[in-house]
Design a binder for this molecule. Structure first.
Ligand SMILES: [Zn+2]
Length: 467
């Protein structure tokens, strides 16, 4: 009797979903994943200087113990990238799992504990990189280990890239890999950081999958005037010229425009929002309501304002060096985040027209993130990300999202991969606190980290397991 019911259960579970035929003990796997995650956090890979090779070597050792070969590829020997591959039968094109091994720096005196201790307390793991991005590194590594351990037969190769330099120095990381070793990481799909999963009262309410991101296209404004003595007013003071330019730029309402991702985002968000908000989300493209809605977004939720347009934000001003000297030059940086389809040369021309002052030069920054179209939201991968999310969190809505910040997915999207950002669940209170990525006391819920591993595993299995 017990045997029969066990068989029936097994058959039912096989029919229900491929991933359930692998009987994963998530308590055990979860604890193992946390142990590795904590070890990764203990390696200080603050960028600068990075020292990501230490992280790559740790990952390489752990993978080797599991019988998985990997190779390190480095432009700078201290900043290696790791690539591992588990082979499938080749009937489908590969999936690339990507996580970056560097972290941003810390101000240790602002932390409760050593930011590189991986302290576990009250269900949280603390440390630089717990949310950005050693969670994805550990999850990717763990999924590779599980594929090997369970001998999963695959229709496609699964590639794991633990990459250096994401935090502002992609030339040693993703750019190096894309330019020199693209054949090793080329895939149909990429899974990486950048998703937003939000919990309310312990239930996951939205699973945000990053399908596209805004493209940094900053410029420096250089205002030039005649230098002179601070005691004698002039008509072409570089400080005044610059201030006027910044004032005009700040008042500029750039064009509002949507893509598949942002349209779907607002439509689905409307379904789960209070009536007034829902009305706004459903009317974002209504020309008669657009100005008022955008103003409301700007005042209440700048993320929505930003994803509706190419945004221009002054961030740095540099003018003058002595209180009694009129300087000949004054500069400001505008942090421009372009929509993925922006024609940036035309946008700069519009910017020049808005400033309308030939004494102000616009100097674009060096481009380190290529533009790429948003990844699709109707393909097998997005549907699988959605289906698995809804199975794990039946109360949730899945939202495709456009990140306002940038990630290394820009580079792989530009090479034709369909790339999707996922992320651990966080409560609204947690998101509104200072414990986030790049903040002091960055932390992740242990359970949320294990769920991230589980989510990645389920998606990889459903996309790739044979039969
Ligand atoms: Zn990151």
């Amino acid at each position: 009797m017990r045997i029969i019911s066990a068989l029936v259960l097994l058959m039912l579970s096989m029919a229900a979903a491929a991933q359930q035929s692998y009987l994963v003990d998530w308590d055990e796997i979860g604890e193992e994943a946390i142990q590795h995650f904590v070890e990764l956090i203990r390696i200080d890979s603050s960028n600068p200087p990075g020292n990501e090779t230490e992280v790559a070597e740790y990952v390489q050792t752990i993978l080797a113990e599991e019988g998985i070969d990997s190779e390190l590829y480095a432009l700078d020997p201290a900043r290696a990238n790791l690539v591992a591959r588990i082979r499938g039968n080749g009937s489908k094109r590969p999936i690339l799992i990507m996580g970056h091994t560097d972290v941003v720096g810390v101000q240790p005196e602002k932390w409760y504990a050593d930011p590189f201790s991986g302290m576990r307390q009250d269900g949280f793991i603390y440390g630089r990189g717990t949310l950005d991005d050693k969670d994805n590194v550990a999850a990717g590594m763990m999924v590779m280990m599980m594929l090997e351990r369970f001998g999963v037969e695959l229709d496609r190769d699964i590639i794991f890239l633990a990459e250096a330099g994401e935090e502002g120095t992609p030339d040693v990381g993703i750019n190096f890999m894309v330019e020199n070793h693209f054949d090793l990481i080329d895939a149909e799909y990429c899974l990486a950081e950048g998703g937003q999963t939000v919990k309310e009262e312990d239930l996951v309410k939205t699973v945000g999958i990053e399908t596209t991101e805004k493209i940094p296209r900053r410029v420096t404004l250089v205002a030039r005037g005649t230098p002179g003595h601070g005691s004698r007013p002039t008509l072409d003071n570089a400080v005044v010229i610059l201030a006027n330019a910044i004032a005009r730029v700040s008042a500029w309402q750039t064009d509002v425009r949507f893509n598949d991702t942002t349209r779907t985002y607002f439509r689905r968000l409307a379904e789960i929002s209070a009536p007034e908000d829902a009305w706004r989300y459903l009317n974002v493209e209504n020309p008669e309501e657009s100005d008022a809605i955008q103003q409301y977004f700007l005042e209440t939720f700048p993320y929505h304002y930003s994803i509706s347009r190419t945004s221009v934000v002054p961030t740095v001003i540099d003018a003058g060096f002595r209180k009694n000297v009129i300087p000949s030059e004054a500069t400001a940086i505008l942090d421009i985040r372009a929509l993925p389809d922006e024609n940036i040369e035309e946008f700069y021309a519009e910017l020049a027209a808005v400033i309308d002052d030939s004494r102000v030069e616009i100097v674009p920054e060096y481009i380190y993130r290529p533009a790429a179209p948003p990844s699709e939201i109707d393909n097998e991968m997005f549907q699988t990300l959605e289906r698995v999310a809804l199975r794990m969190y039946p109360e949730a809505s899945v939202l495709p999202i456009m990140a306002t910040g940038a990630t290394d997915m820009a580079q792989v999207r530009a090479r034709g991969m369909q790339a999707y950002g996922i992320g651990p669940a966080r409560s609204v209170e947690e998101i509104n606190s200072g414990f986030g990525a790049h903040g002091d006391n960055e932390r992740i819920e242990e359970e949320a980290f294990v769920e991230l591993v589980k989510y990645l595993w389920n998606v990889v299995i459903e996309m790739s397991a044979t039969g």
